[in-house]
Design a binder for this molecule. Structure first.
Ligand SMILES: Cc1cc2nc3c(=O)[nH]c(=O)nc-3n(C[C@H](O)[C@H](O)[C@H](O)COP(=O)(O)OP(=O)(O)OC[C@H]3O[C@@H](n4cnc5c(N)ncnc54)[C@H](O)[C@@H]3O)c2cc1C
Length: 502
């Protein structure tokens, strides 16, 4: 193995893989180093018994269809992996089950979402129309102004964007609707951002609703591991070098510039550029060292808080989904209309009030062995409460929490306990161990409006060091893959400016 590369990429999560592949495709010599023994970070799977469980992906956003491609489809085409993968479109947006309160199924079609909501909430039918008009017009303005980088962006040209972008989702929902059930039915995607409507910017809620309806939710045949493997294989085909089981312990600084890394095996590897897919906190404080962190960066980091991790129950079932009444791929189950309370509970070990059950076999009947199926049931959980329990209490706590999750699933799908063939659980500490991120965070920092990626910097204060992934852009598959491509572009631009030859 050479000991000098054009670029070293730390971490093979979505962003690390996309960055490494983008650079290798441009003819750069790239080394990708990953501490785990499989590529993907969150985007992986694992096997128990006859089931291969998906770790992270519930709904892939931004794909669009062949005739109406979305931004992610274009990105995967550009990376050369689109034709190597098979994507499964989900027909449902989601079903939301609040036992004794509501049970509503929404298809991923705008007119059907609106008509289903109007049927269920006839008193608010005019507001439902106006709300969806707002969501769509707002998103068109956000796409035209911000995403397309309109140089003449102004309040006059994009009035809705300027008026609503930083309002809280709760403020807008409260303005349009009276019925708390309707507000809960429209907004469960807040859990995809990790903060409730009270703190979530309207931009985030609106774009989630718009994007999942317009570009449809997808899953990948073979799970997200198939995507990670395809990205890695294509990277290697383009001349890239990858090493798994290889943590990076230090970023080498020479003359004030990042110029390589030291691995956990003690090797020094030199490079002109380093891209880190590790968390910003580990990159700055462990890999670089606090002496390299500028005061203004310390202040920026001090203002942000570490976002949530998750507790996931992986259920291998000895029956078909239909046998249990599971008819949609994506099922939100909730027992409270108070979303702030539900969110606050995710900081404690108290019984969860909301979870998302995904059953891929509904849209992809070959996902599990014949006659069987699998479901992943996930709820947000911050790591702190888990870090405060002693090692001897960990397994009991995990077992108790898993039982309370199963109780919640049973409220929506009675009898599921009798069909469990395999059960595995992942806590925030599991995510911490496998990802190496503080708090086992799955979306990086909390996504408060003030921390929107519009205000975060992908470029580090150290020359030659770039950051990519959920800690500098939003969490999620589409944002992190895009983040990797953007980091690669930034490196290429810097190379061009400095006249670095291929
Ligand atoms: C349970 C769960 C459900 C989710 N559901 C969805 C969903 O439905 N839709 C969606 O879009 N998103 C979802 N997400 C979020 C999404 O998976 C993540 O936001 C995204 O995958 C993060 O990608 P990333 O590039 O930031 O890297 P990560 O996945 O965080 O990976 C970082 C990589 O860097 C490696 N690394 C760290 N430090 C070092 C080091 N020092 N040396 C070498 N390697 C290092 C880690 O081992 C890891 O492989 C979910 C996540 C989870 C966990």
């Amino acid at each position: 193995m050479a000991s000098k590369y054009d670029v070293v990429v730390i971490g093979a999560g979505n962003a690390g893989l996309a960055a490494a592949l983008s650079l290798a495709k441009k003819g750069r010599e790239v080394l990708l180093l990953e501490r785990h023994n499989v590529p993907g970070g969150c985007a992986t799977s694992f096997v128990r018994g006859r089931f291969e469980f998906e770790v992270a992906l519930h709904q892939l956003s931004g794909m669009g269809t062949d005739d109406r491609p979305g931004p992610l489809r274009e990105l995967l085409r550009e990376l050369g992996v689109l034709d190597k993968l098979e994507f499964v479109q989900m027909k449902d947006l989601y079903r939301i089950i609040m036992p004794g309160v509501a049970d509503i199924r929404l298809k991923a079609l705008k007119d059907e979402v609106v008509s289903t909501l109007k049927e269920n909430f006839p008193k608010e039918k005019d507001s439902i129309d106006s709300f969806f008009d707002l969501v769509y017009e707002f998103c068109m303005q956000m796409i035209g102004g911000v995403y397309m980088h309109d140089p003449e962006i102004s309040r006059d040209k994009y009035p809705l964007y300027f008026k609503y972008a930083l309002k809280s989702s709760k403020e807008v929902l409260d303005h349009y609707f009276d019925d708390p059930v309707l507000k809960a039915v429209i907004s469960p995607y807040w859990s995809y951002m990790g903060i409730p409507p009270k703190y979530l910017s309207f931009s985030d809620l609106a774009i989630l609703i718009f994007a999942y309806i317009e570009f449809k939710p997808f899953h990948i045949k073979g799970g997200s591991q198939a995507l990670s493997n395809a990205l890695l294989d294509t990277f290697i085909q383009h001349g890239g070098t990858a090493r798994l089981n290889t943590p990076v312990e230090k970023i080498i600084i020479k003359d004030g510039r990042a110029s390589g890394v030291v691995t956990g095996h003690g090797e020094q590897i030199f490079s002109d550029y380093v891209i880190s897919n590790a968390s910003t906190i580990s990159t700055y404080y462990e890999l670089l060292g606090p002496e390299y962190v500028l005061e203004e960066v310390k202040i920026e980091l001090g203002r942000s808080t570490i976002g949530p991790s998750a507790f996931t129950l992986f259920l291998g079932l000895d029956c078909e989904p239909n046998d249990l009444g599971i008819e949609e791929t994506t099922n939100f189950i909730g027992t409270s209309l108070d979303m702030e309370r539900t969110y606050e509970l995710s900081k404690t070990l108290g019984r969860p009030e909301m979870g998302l059950l995904s059953c891929y076999d509904v849209s992809d009947p070959d996902f599990s062995p014949k006659g069987a199926s699998q479901a992943a049931f996930v709820t947000l959980q911050y790591a702190e409460a888990w870090c405060n329990i002693g090692p001897t209490e960990y397994y009991d706590t995990k077992y108790r929490y898993a039982e309370s999750m199963l109780d919640l699933v049973e409220r929506a799908f009675p009898g599921i306990r009798g069909h469990l063939e395999e059960v595995e659980a992942a806590t925030p500490l599991t995510h911490l161990r496998y990802l190496g991120h503080p708090g086992g965070a799955i979306y990086g920092f909390d996504q408060y409006a003030k921390d929107l990626n519009l205000f975060m910097s992908r470029r580090s204060p150290v020359d030659g060091l770039f950051l990519a992934g959920s800690w500098v852009d939003s969490g999620g598959f589409q944002p992190t893959l895009t983040s990797g491509r953007q980091a690669a572009k930034a490196v290429l631009k810097d190379m061009e400016n400095k006249g670095v030859k291929r």
